[in-house]
Design a protein around this ligand. Sequence first.
Ligand SMILES: NC(=O)c1ccc[n+]([C@@H]2O[C@H](COP(=O)([O-])OP(=O)(O)OC[C@H]3O[C@@H](n4cnc5c(N)ncnc54)[C@H](O)[C@@H]3O)[C@@H](O)[C@H]2O)c1
Length: 333
Amino acid sequence: MNLKIGIIGVGMIGQDHIRRLTTVLAGASVVAVSDVNGAQAETVAAGIGARCYATGEALIAASEVEAIIVTSWGPTHATYVLAAIAAGKPVFCEKPLAETVEDCEAVLDAEVRHGKRLVQLGFMRRFDSQYRAMKETLRSGIIGAPLIFQSGHRNPSVPGYYTANNALTDTAVHDIDTARFLLDDEPVAISVKSPRKNSRGGALADPLLTLLDMRSGALVTIETSVNIAYAYDIRGEIIGETGVVTLAERNDVVVKANGVFSGRVPADWKERFSTAFDTEFREWIAAARAGGATGPSSWDGYVATAVTTTGVKAIASGAREPIKLRERPALYA
Ligand SMILES: NC(=O)c1ccc[n+]([C@@H]2O[C@H](COP(=O)([O-])OP(=O)(O)OC[C@H]3O[C@@H](n4cnc5c(N)ncnc54)[C@H](O)[C@@H]3O)[C@@H](O)[C@H]2O)c1
């Protein structure tokens, strides 16, 4: 029997996940959708033969819905995740878990009280084969203990409303989670610097260079360039005590012509991470069918928000800001 899924928020990524669940992956059916834009919800529901619910809460409560995907706007996530936990249903939530540390903590408390993981966060890089190979390499011991992780996140352009704070909360948040995932380490402090501005971004402070001090003493640098024109390019290298591991260029082919060799750089995050999203949902469907979750947890969502909100403070202060984390509950060991 297919897992019966309800999706709250059927905008850009909600619709992309519907495409993935209905045309790429097996084992799940989208039976319900809800969106504050009722007309959009009706159109999407009609396209896949799903039922349209007037509110996210009604969708979560519906007996036909076995698992929930939350792809609405960030400030609405925590309310729906809490309702899903109260209903005892597995819930996949795109980042952020919540925009404030307090709201993230409310989710941690509710899930811990429930006694079992139900929540999975949408940090899809953890399902990317290249990052997984990087982690495996580190685990094998061949490059020794990690000293530095350098992450690069380059976007061709961003809309006019995008701010330097967005560079942390919407963009670098993925690099922050990746650093924690790869290094099995937690950040203890954050500093954010910017060089002279990329003239393509007007008044926007771009690029940003974020430095995370990790508990082990390792350092993480994150370059966030959001107006770099040439393509969407994700860089990563871990420097260890005896070697380095670097994300390779990921082309299927290299073209050699006219005296140069070349390959494609992805146009955007959808192209770069499409396989990672597929794997993410394949593994989530399996876990949700068993009544739970896998991979990035509420704890990871909580830490991400704690780091980005402290980072926003660091942008304003220009100082190195300590990151305060509560003790990790045993549920997330
Ligand atoms: N993992 C990733 O790399 C990634 C990529 C893109 C977006 N996201 C996250 O996904 C979320 C959605 O992003 P998007 O780009 O699809 O945005 P979007 O604006 O295209 O879609 C969001 C939809 O949610 C609906 N909505 C808003 N509030 C609602 C509510 N209270 N109840 C029900 N529906 C509501 C809106 O009407 C809209 O249709 C954001 O939190 C974003 O950060 C993650």
